[in-house]
Write a protein that binds this ligand. Structure first.
Ligand SMILES: Cc1cc2nc3c(=O)[nH]c(=O)nc-3n(C[C@H](O)[C@H](O)[C@H](O)COP(=O)(O)O)c2cc1C
Length: 187
């Protein structure tokens, strides 16, 4: 059952600082590539850096301060980006699904991470301009989210605020609130 690892994914805060093996990172990124995408454009692009390298410090420095506090112990940081344009029959168009499709890909990446015993945490709290410059992002691309990946660390050393978020009961809207069956005109 795939639902079980899906429910086990949650945004994790306490990381051990142990670097993630490159093969594992590539495996979770490979999972991302199986996402569906509009016109099969596969607009996603991934940049990763391993804990203990200058690339890691570069990406860490792009994060909002509140995220840096715990993400500094991640085993790797990933920047996902979306290609916003595509060319069809010689003409250039905006891909209005680029962010959506990159989000789908990111989901698969995070679920594969669960299967490998890795924890993840997506973050929108970063400076996209700085991040784009750090990785020399092409002009057609936009940074989407950064994702911290790693092994679980010692919860006891987490600031109380993060520990509370990490251990809180999952909050999800009930299905009745977000699902409507269409049986005729209007739901
Ligand atoms: C686009 C996006 C941006 C997010 N940005 C941050 C962030 O900057 N910092 C943070 O701690 N969590 C961030 N999160 C994590 C959410 O807070 C988290 O997914 C949400 O509370 C649901 O919890 P769960 O992921 O554990 O199920 C982000 C998640 C998404 C999808």
């Amino acid at each position: 059952m795939i639902l079980e690892p899906i429910t086990r994914r949650r945004s994790h805060f306490s990381f051990s600082g142990e670097p993630v093996a490159q093969e594992k990172l590539l495996e979770i990124i490979e999972a991302a590539t199986y996402a569906p995408s509009s016109m099969n454009l596969q607009p996603w692009m991934y940049y990763y850096s391993l804990h203990g390298t200058s690339g890691f410090e570069l990406l860490l420095d792009c994060l909002a301060e509140g995220n840096q506090l715990w993400a500094r112990d991640a085993g790797a940081l990933i920047l996902s980006a979306a290609r916003m344009r595509y060319v069809y029959e010689g003409k250039e168009y905006l891909n209005s699904h680029a962010w959506h499709d990159t989000g789908l890909a990111n989901s698969l990446l995070m679920i594969q991470a669960v299967a490998l015993g890795l924890k993840t945490h997506p973050m929108g709290g970063f400076d996209p301009e700085k991040a784009g410059k750090s990785v020399n992002l092409g002009p057609d691309y936009q940074p989407v989210v950064m994702i911290a990946v790693g092994y679980p660390g010692n919860e006891a050393s987490l600031p109380a605020e993060f520990l509370k978020r990490q251990t809180a009961a999952r909050k999800r809207k009930p299905l009745e609130e977000i699902v409507k069956q269409l049986t005729g005109g209007g739901a």
